[in-house]
Design a protein around this ligand. Structure first.
Ligand code: GLU
Length: 292
């Protein structure tokens, strides 16, 4: 487990050096999964999969400001990143081409409400599986593992999680990261997005930003002279796929689809083209939870 997470961190670090924020730019469809042209026929009547396949429409929530995971710069047609590639694999299985996916920008705090209200069909947005979230939404996976770390200004004196006690630390409302930092004794501030939090660190108004290492490394990459990621991971984040709790049949569908991508090598291809763009070692895919 530890090695896997470390490999992800190394890969993200290398992405930074190699791609500097334009993750996926030159590789829009790295996996290029075959779209099932007869998808609707594969699913039982009355299932949400059948409905989506028949309608040919799917709305997927992803982040727009997390390089390597979910990123869309102003003027880009579509987002890129590892989360985005996983979403495209799922859409292809429903007979929907990448170009026909309706992408919806999702922030940490609106992932559950977006799924509950049907604003999106799926969430692929650095979305940790937790017991609390599973009370209100469905979460399949995990398809990726990471861990919480710290982003600081170079020379800040903060070197590990022990050093954030009593310090001003920001993260994002609705994330697992905020509560974890509070539990470590930090004075926490929650913002809507990680980019807002990062700006506070750059301005010197806040001592550190904290969240998944895979996200922080993307930000460090954008300001390599000023920012650095420090300390060992101090949580385990099991990144999963969100779906509406009243459509439980989606769990097995999502799990089987991503398992197939893990087995076929498409998962690794997606990793290599996004977080692992530098050619850093691709981790073993994690084992996914059984569906109830
Ligand atoms: N993976 C953590 C979470 O789902 C932190 C990253 C995020 O906010 O998206 O809360």
């Amino acid at each position: 487990m530890k090695r896997t997470r470390f490999a992800v961190i190394l890969a993200a670090a290398a992405l930074i050096l190699g791609a500097c924020g334009d993750a996926g730019e030159d590789d829009k469809d790295p996996v290029d999964t075959e779209v099932d042209s007869n998808a609707a026929a594969q699913f039982e009547d009355g299932t949400r999969m059948k409905e989506i396949a028949e309608s040919g429409k799917v709305k997927i929530g992803v982040k727009y400001d997390q390089p390597g995971l979910g990123f869309k710069a102003a003027g880009d047609d579509a987002p890129t990143g590892f989360d985005v590639e996983m979403a495209k694999i799922v859409a292809a299985k429903l007979g929907i081409k990448a170009g026909d996916i309706q992408w919806v920008e999702t922030i940490s705090d609106n992932r559950e409400p977006f799924l509950e209200k049907g604003t999106v069909d799926f969430v692929f947005a650095s979305y940790s599986i937790t017991d609390d979230r599973r009370k209100v939404v469905g979460q399949a996976g995990p398809y990726f593992l990471t861990g919480q770390q710290l982003l600081v200004k170079k020379g800040s004196g903060i070197k590990s999680v022990e050093d954030i006690k009593g310090k001003d630390v920001c993260s994002v409302t609705g994330s697992t990261s905020l509560a974890n930092a509070e539990a470590k004794g930090a004075k926490v501030r929650g913002f809507e997005t990680y980019s807002q939090c990062r700006d506070q660190v750059l301005d010197g108004a806040i001592d550190s930003m904290t969240t998944d290492g895979s996200i922080l490394l993307g930000y460090a990459a954008l300001n390599p002279d000023e920012l650095e990621v420090v300390g060992e991971p101090f949580s385990e984040e099991r990144i999963g796929m969100g779906y509406a709790k009243d459509k439980p049949e989606l769990c097995q569908f999502l799990t089987d689809t991503v398992q197939e991508a893990m087995d076929s090598g498409d998962w690794a291809k997606a990793f290599e083209a996004t977080l692992g763009k530098s050619g850093a070692e691709t981790p073993e895919p994690p084992a996914m939870d059984p569906c109830a």
